[in-house]
Write a protein of this length. Structure first.
Ligand code: NAP
Ligand code: MG
Length: 401
């Protein structure tokens, strides 16, 4: 059989621990036998990040800007224990944080739905994608404890030294205050990423804030989304048969719980933090989620939403059997290959990505799965496979297809 040819390389970002082990198995068993894989390889494993003083991370983000599509393995974000374990020169920053800052993107997370692992919310028939704004608000706030009576004010000093003041509160006793900010440029990027992704998926976009209470802060989010939609996307949305829908956050929550899914839910930073955990746990597990960073300029980075599964890796190193779920990592590869196929007009590559995803889903639906899924499935007598055998079983299914 002739392998599928690629014209532009994928940016391949290798990672750490158990996911690095899975990464190689996935390439060897599920991709390279079928695709004449072209990648520009960056080793983001912690040892190599340390050797390059983390330059490799920035280089991989630059390459992503150049080529447009990357696939990333989970990586260790160093803490004090990792600095010791790997004898690091520095406590290097989170690679995801570095890449996100350089690409200025929004992260979209969608559950992978299979029969036998049913969402706990019974009316959810289709996946709900969460788009989380990844800048500002409470994550970049400053806070103060107020010890006792006194006046707290917001003060803005412009470049010429002119002050604008707003009274926060005249305190009679102790209390707390908090100052948050966001940037119009960041909200604009967030909005464009969401509108582009909705067009990509041909799904409607929901957005919600608390603009009735927060008449300047949240209202600015609402206004920026509305203006960009009217000026740049309305016609495209109408042509695609999808809608942009704005409502209040509490109303959105009530509607989401009664919906059948199948839309993108854009969330402010805090709402996205909270509701992405709600949606992912209601649908099953982090190992059954796709995750993609989309930049406003239309650059895509696909990854798994979970970490490097350290506990399993130490078992693997001791020669013990592991049953680590590779689905999210496989879907990172299929997402990237499909996007590359779309951009380069290689329909065989898109078809291959579709087929591999179907093979994964039908393997699980036939009752063969990893331990984490066996624990939550409604299928009777699931067959629990180890990490390697699960991937081999997917290959069997794929070959039959
Ligand atoms: P984790 O790797 O997500 O794993 C936490 C636990 O969740 C595992 O011990 C396992 O539970 C379960 N789990 C997660 N993914 C699984 C999978 N694919 N298959 C089966 N079970 C899975 O989080 P962590 O252990 O807290 O973090 C390990 C490292 O990952 C850290 O150094 C962190 O910095 C990094 N991290 C990276 C990313 C990223 O690159 N995107 C994201 C988060 C964390 P059981 O042990 O009970 O089986
Ligand atoms: Mg969280």
């Amino acid at each position: 059989m002739d392998r599928i040819k690629m014209t532009t390389p994928l940016v391949e970002m290798d990672g750490d621990e158990m996911t690095r082990v899975l990464w190689k198995m996935i390439k060897d068993e599920l991709i390279e036998p079928y695709v004449d894989l072209k990648t520009e390889y960056y080793d983001l494993g912690l040892e190599h990040r340390n050797e390059t003083n983390d330059k490799v991370t920035a280089d991989s983000a630059e390459a992503t800007k150049k080529y447009g599509v990357a696939v990333k393995c989970a990586t260790i974000t160093p803490n004090a224990a990792r600095v010791k374990e790997y004898n690091l020169k520095e406590m290097w920053k989170s690679p995801n944080g570095t890449i996100r800052a350089m690409l200025d993107g929004t992260v979209f997370r969608t559950p992978i739905v299979v029969k036998g692992i049913e969402p706990v919310v019974k009316c959810w028939k289709k996946p709900i994608t969460i788009a989380r704004h990844a800048y500002g608000d409470v994550y970049k706030s400053v806070e103060m404890k107020i010890p006792g009576a006194g006046k707290a004010e917001l003060v803005f000093t412009d470049e010429n030294g002119n002050e604008t003041r707003e009274l926060i509160h005249n305190f009679n006793g102790a209390g707390v205050i908090q100052g948050q900010h966001n940037l119009n440029s960041s909200i604009e990027s967030f909005a464009r990423s969401c509108f582009n992704y909705a067009l990509d998926l041909k799904q409607s976009l929901w957005f919600a804030t608390k603009d009735t209470i927060s008449k300047k802060y949240d209202h600015t989010f609402k206004d920026i989304f509305a203006e960009i939609y009217e000026n740049e996307y309305k016609e495209k949305f109408e042509a695609a048969g999808i809608e942009y829908f704005y409502t209040l956050i509490d109303d959105a929550v009530a509607r989401v719980m009664k919906s059948e899914g199948g839309f993108i839910w854009a969330c402010k930073n805090y709402d996205g933090d909270v509701f992405s955990d709600m949606v992912s746990s209601a649908f099953g597990s982090l190992a059954m989620m796709t995750s993609v960073l989309v930049s406003p300029s239309g650059v895509y980075e696909y990854e798994a939403a979970h970490g490097t599964v350290q506990r399993h890796y130490y078992k693997y190193l001791k020669g013990e059997e592991t049953s680590t779920n590779s689905v999210a990592t496989i879907f990172a590869w299929t997402g990237a290959l499909r996007k590359r196929g779309e951009l380069d007009g290689i329909s065989e590559l898109c078809d291959f990505a579709d087929r591999l995803e179907k093979a994964v889903i039908s393997t699980i639906e036939s009752g063969k799965m990893t331990k984490d899924l066996a624990a939550i499935t409604e299928l009777e007598n699931p067959v629990v496979l180890n990490s390697q055998d699960f991937i081999k079983e997917i290959k069997n299914t794929l070959d039959k297809m």
